[in-house]
Design a protein around this ligand. Sequence first.
Ligand SMILES: Cc1cc2nc3c(=O)[nH]c(=O)nc-3n(C[C@H](O)[C@H](O)[C@H](O)COP(=O)(O)OP(=O)(O)OC[C@H]3O[C@@H](n4cnc5c(N)ncnc54)[C@H](O)[C@@H]3O)c2cc1C
Length: 388
Amino acid sequence: MSASSSKLSFIVCGGGMIGLSMALGLRQQGHQVQLVERGQQPQLSAEFSLRVSAIAHSSRALLQQLGVWQQLPSDRLGPYSGMSVWEHDSFARIDFNAAEVSRSDLGAIVENQLLEHYLWQAAQAAGVMIHSGVTSVAEQLSDDQVSITLSNQQQLSADFLIAADGANSHVRQRAQLPLTFWHYQQHAIVATVQTELAHHGIARQAFTPNGPIAWLPLADPQHISLVWSIDDPHSEELLALSEQQFVQRLQSFSNNSLGQLTLRSERQAFALKMHYCQRWLQQRLLAIGDAAHSIHPLAGQGANLGFADVSQLLAVFAQPQQQLQRRLREWERERKTAAMTMIAAMEGFKRGFAGANPVLKLLRGSGLQFASSCAPLKQQLMKIALGD
Ligand SMILES: Cc1cc2nc3c(=O)[nH]c(=O)nc-3n(C[C@H](O)[C@H](O)[C@H](O)COP(=O)(O)OP(=O)(O)OC[C@H]3O[C@@H](n4cnc5c(N)ncnc54)[C@H](O)[C@@H]3O)c2cc1C
């Protein structure tokens, strides 16, 4: 790729949190941006929506830089200042507090739909041309241009195509970017739950022999978002339980830290799969977000990895275009390393806490006690959670 005029044109395929952030950031740099999204602008609802993300400080910094974080209604943000992690039926436990790293919080729980709504609004206001209700059905890539055909037969061309169309990315599949993947053999069951006791802004996670359960504090002091990851044979059984039975089962893992629980939504299940793309850059195609990688939600880092893809790619396109190809390759290398490190860490946690073997339980308990009492190690774990 050669140095050319300072402004470029982009097509971003996929208007989730990651694609919208990318499109908005590029537009704010003065580039021409078109975004293709098969759905419509997500609407705000009075109820908490089921899909939420723990947004780390690094992602918040990007959203602030884009001018979107400031617009999010504070009565829908769930900042958390502490994290409690324990193993069910064991003495293994560790607590983190924002004060230990001189912060007022460790992150915030935000509904995906809310974030997408405001990102979409900001992208439109900034001049991103949004093609909604259509999909890309074919892409032609060359060394200096891309063109795509939409499902309404419209043709679009640009200097770059960015695939941000999620874990089942059709753009990635048609470009035959090689993929490494495995199924976690688990589903995550999500729901909104009302608690008798206030959650006090603590994100709680219990490791059980069949998978981790997270109670994520929402803006309302007595509402949490549940992410219950559970091995496949048990996930069907859990979904088949009546509301009352489900809540009783959940309660048995909660250490009674939140008092009586009441289900306030339907339950939705998501199959959990790990994948990462072995190539994120092919000619003028770039893959970001879940289109490039997807990981187990147990540490709430999937979207945060995607936001970091966006931040670092924006830094590349903010510079003059000399040696663009080399800098894009560096971006690809750095982001792949970050994604693979996170994938390995999630695998370690998942395998490390699986099963009820008493010897392993003892080791886990001792390990967590050591981490809890060893300030440098604990700070290192907190840094990971903060996205530093
Ligand atoms: C249960 C669960 C809990 C999670 N919790 C967390 C958490 O706490 N913290 C965290 O950081 N991450 C979390 N994650 C991960 C996070 O949800 C994802 O990493 C993130 O949503 C990915 O965003 P994305 O924009 O890349 O993809 P998506 O959100 O999947 O967006 C893709 C978009 O592309 C559109 N699209 C798809 N195909 C086409 C097409 N052909 N043409 C046009 N548009 C198309 C879709 O409509 C969609 O809008 C969790 C995941 C799960 C399953």
